[in-house]
Ligand binder design. Structure first.
Ligand SMILES: NC(=O)C1=CN([C@@H]2O[C@H](COP(=O)(O)OP(=O)(O)OC[C@H]3O[C@@H](n4cnc5c(N)ncnc54)[C@H](OP(=O)(O)O)[C@@H]3O)[C@@H](O)[C@H]2O)[C@@H](O)CC1
Ligand SMILES: Nc1ncnc2c1ncn2[C@@H]1O[C@H](COP(=O)(O)OP(=O)(O)O)[C@@H](O)[C@H]1O
Ligand SMILES: [K+]
Length: 521
């Protein structure tokens, strides 16, 4: 996703069936003519075409057989009337079009837009035309897709992606499940996706951000009351929204009231994990951070970050005195699944502290079926989530929101499913989907930093759910700032930690909780 556009999106995320209910409400209850709505969608898409390709003289428009295709015919009409050369291809036989989609086809035809049925164009001719275009408009499949694209859609999507020409996807990149963000077959990779009426959850998680490019939202001017017709499935959050929730510190604050976090991490050979989590926690503002790690890692930790208190622990019993007097515990990064990790786990779970459980803590839990616990945040990546639920990673990807819900249901507390569009789930509130982050963060140690950040916010007094989604937003923002400075590929967890103080200073500038979020555009 284009980071410069990231803050203009609304907070409410919908599944496809909910957006369909909003569409129906706009038409049937709010009295907006369906064809007028389609015209509005086409104009909104065409505006983005002009914005992203201001010099476009030739466009290819590919239209499917539903209302997404209908939008496409009207985009083609807009382009044609603007004097562009238009190659419009009907991928579904126009005789099979119904309702507004048929009216859109008829209108485009009557205006003189050249429309060819796909069977009349050889594969090579289609490919050549795509390659000769300045931009391609994908109006093949929208929210009405079921399963993976069937022939000939699959083949056409492959051709579009291979052409290497910028694509504007109308409403949803074709092939993407708008509810879940799963691309179960061929899927369009767009440069921009103007999306209408409700922001689809699938654009923000899983394969969505990769396929959609720059997401631009347009409510098509439907009345506010339209939104009573369906509930959002989740909230889209980012650091700009989250930072307003952090209360500024009292002028007379002292370290004793800013929370004491214990990080239990770093089995033999994995000492860096604990150091990263502990330093991230300190940089996120915990008053005191103690790192309990294998004795051989103590001097490295102190050299790296002398503000930490670092204790070498060999047996579970060594942890007991450290556990009394702290306000929360992060357990798991680099803890291993051997006797050291097992003994530490036993001690940590026996106490009532608020917990962040990550990495090996989750692997140990997967084999032990622990009791549910409410004051904990579990932070699995999809592989760990699959082990915790006894299913496959691809079953997690099928529906990330549903997977986070299952994790929360099974283990209690807060479940945070990592990956693009991190999902944070608790029982009583709408889940959060985190906007931001970048592929430079796909490197060892980034998750350790996240667990330290969340632990730090927990001991500073935030409830578990807030600590989790604020922490994940802060993590993504710090990763994006670091990437803007030095690029993505060479990013290291230390770079992200280095950005935390500047990110946090946003909340100091913004001021007290409840101050207006986002300064929404
Ligand atoms: N008035 C409104 O409501 C507004 C709606 N708007 C627009 O409508 C869009 C939703 O339109 P929609 O509901 O008609 O569904 P759509 O995405 O076109 O797909 C249905 C078509 O796809 C086909 N198809 C399905 N799966 C397939 C597969 N796997 N592989 C291949 N084909 C497959 C399916 O064929 P069938 O299965 O029926 O044979 C049918 O032909 C929405 O995204 C937005 O763009 C805007 O204009 C605003 C106003
Ligand atoms: N492509 C990406 N886009 C956004 N966030 C990412 C991406 N890749 C990784 N991340 C984030 O980086 C972190 C990686 O965590 P994890 O896989 O547990 O790493 P490790 O175990 O090595 O510390 C997660 O918070 C994840 O959401
Ligand atoms: K589309």
């Amino acid at each position: 996703m284009n980071l410069t556009n990231a803050h203009s999106l609304p907070e409410a995320l919908y599944r496809a069936d909910a957006v369909q209910a909003l569409d129906r409400c706009a038409i049937e209850t709010q009295g907006i003519d369906g064809f007028d709505l389609m015209h509005r969608a086409a104009r909104a898409a065409f505006r983005q075409l002009l914005r992203h390709w201001p010099h476009a003289a030739r466009v290819a428009v590919l239209c499917g057989g539903g209302n997404n295709g209908g939008d496409g015919y009207l985009v083609a009409a807009n382009a044609y009337q603007k004097g562009m050369a238009v190659d419009c291809v009907a991928v579904t036989d126009p005789d099979r079009l119904k309702g507004d989609a048929r009216r859109a086809f008829d209108e485009a035809t009557s205006l003189g837009v050249p429309i060819e049925p796909v069977e009349a164009v050889s594969d090579k001719a289609l490919f050549d035309r795509l390659c000769a275009s300045d931009a391609i408009v994908d109006a093949l499949l929208g929210t009405g897709i079921t399963g993976a694209p069937r022939a000939p859609f699959d083949r056409i999507i492959q051709r579009v992606n291979r052409a290497g020409i910028g694509v504007l996807a109308v409403d949803v990149p074709s092939g993407l499940n708008a509810s879940t963000g799963l691309a179960s077959g061929d899927v369009i990779h767009a440069r921009v996706t103007p999306t209408f009426i409700g922001l689809k959850a699938g654009l923000m998680t899983g394969d969505g951000p990769d396929c959609a490019g720059d997401v631009v939202f347009d409510d098509l001017g439907v009345p506010e009351a339209t939104y009573d017709a369906a509930s959002p499935v989740a909230r889209c959050v980012n650091w700009r929204r989250a930072s307003t929730m952090l209360a500024p510190r009292r002028r007379g604050a002292h370290k004793g009231e800013c929370g004491h976090l214990l990080v239990v991490a770093g089995e033999q050979g994995l000492g860096g994990a604990g150091i990263l989590a502990a330093e991230a926690a300190a940089r996120t503002g915990a008053g005191l951070v103690t790192l309990a790690t294998r004795p051989e890692h103590v001097s490295a930790a102190l050299t790296r970050c002398p503000s930490l208190m670092v204790r070498g622990v060999t047996h579970g019993n060594d942890l007991c005195p450290l556990l009394s007097g702290v306000d929360g515990v992060v357990f798991g990064p680099g803890a291993g699944q051997g006797p050291w990790g097992q003994q530490m786990m036993q001690q940590v779970l026996a106490r009532p502290h608020p917990l962040v459980l990550d990495a090996d803590a989750l692997n140990l839990m997967a084999s032990r079926a622990p009791a549910r616990r409410e004051n904990q945040v579990l932070t699995p990546h999809p592989g760990e989530a699959a082990r915790l639920l006894g299913i496959t990673t691809s079953e997690i990807a099928d529906d990330r929101l549903a997977a986070a819900d299952r994790l929360q249901e099974r283990f209690g507390g807060v479940a945070l499913l990592k990956g693009v569009g991190t999902v944070v789930q608790t029982r009583a509130e709408r889940p959060a989907v985190i906007e931001g982050g970048n592929p430079g963060m796909a490197t060892g140690g980034m998750g350790d930093v996240l667990s330290g950040i969340i632990g730090s916010l927990l001991v500073q007094g935030l409830p578990a759910f807030e600590a989790a989604w604020l922490g994940a937003s802060l993590h993504a923002e710090a990763g994006d700032r670091a990437a803007r400075k030095q690029g993505q590929r060479g990013l290291l967890p230390m770079d992200l930690i280095g950005e935390l103080p500047a990110c946090l200073s946003d909340s100091e500038r913004v001021g007290a909780p409840g101050s207006p979020a986002d300064g929404e555009e």
